[in-house]
Design a binder for this molecule. Structure first.
Ligand SMILES: [Zn+2]
Length: 254
């Protein structure tokens, strides 16, 4: 149901009066400009949403304000998803080394226990492991440095590594998120970059970064989804990193 100029009135304290009845609502963002239309939507779950269209024209002010701040979402498919749309993935040599590691691990496990061959295979496995750790650490230092030189504020999720492991069903330690965070914090201190963590219960994936509606039906396999409230088509990772940035800036302002 869409109203134009009459039939409703927004009052103080997140209260709206519609057809003479007062309702309390949660505001996803401040309204700017003069209201042109107000639309009431009811979802199949019985939730109500108010979408307001105003004559306000975005001046790009918010763009400038957040240019030096960035939101980062950690991913399984891509190592880092930035709110700018940029994706930072582990370099090819690292992925190649990971394959070497798998091979070395398989080779080791097929050798007879206690045999000289197994011992040799074990040494090889350790060496490959060592090489990867070093390569990855170097890459973490370089990536962290680049990010901290470029951005004044970096917003990240407060990772719950055990929870991630449960959801993703793979050894998260393989990806080195924890090590990366430690290195990033060192670089941040060096470059005077502020690191902000948003709470682990913040629904960064399920929120629509365009209108603030929550998609409770979002599954892990949904890489792209359409917001049923505003119709925006959202890339899962980009949407999450944008929400993380917004939430971080909100925490900073509060
Ligand atoms: Zn939306």
């Amino acid at each position: 149901m869409t109203y134009t100029q009459t039939g409703y009135k927004f009052l103080e304290g997140n209260v709206v009066k519609i057809q003479g009845i007062k309702y309390r609502y949660h505001k996803s963002r401040e309204m700017e400009g003069t209201i042109k239309t107000m639309t009431l939507k009811r979802t199949p779950l019985g939730e109500f949403f108010i979408a307001v269209v105003t004559d306000h024209v975005a001046t790009g002010k918010t763009e400038n304000m957040s240019r030096t701040a960035i939101g980062i979402d950690f991913g399984m498919k891509t190592f880092l998803n930035l709110s700018t749309g940029e994706k930072i993935d582990s370099p090819l040599f690292l992925r190649q080394s990971m394959m070497d590691l798998k091979k070395a691990g398989r080779n080791h496990s097929t050798k007879k226990k206690g045999s000289a061959n197994r011992n040799k295979a074990k040494l090889h496995l350790l060496r490959v492991h060592e090489r990867i750790s070093n390569q990855r650490r170097d890459w973490f230092w370089k990536t962290s440095k680049d990010l901290c030189e470029k951005y004044e504020t970096i917003v990240l999720e407060d990772l719950n590594l055990n929870g991630m492991q449960r959801i993703w069903g793979r050894k998260i330690s393989d990806l080195g998120f924890a090590e990366f965070l430690g290195i990033l914090e060192v670089q941040a201190r060096k470059h005077n970059t502020k690191i902000v963590y948003v709470g682990r219960f913040f629904p960064s994936s399920k929120l629509c970064s365009s209108c603030g509606a929550i998609n409770r039906n979002l599954e892990l396999r949904d890489r792209v989804w359409t917001c049923r409230i505003c119709g925006e088509v959202l890339d899962r990772d980009l949407n999450a990193s944008r929400n993380i940035l917004k939430e971080g800036l909100r925490l900073l302002a509060g």
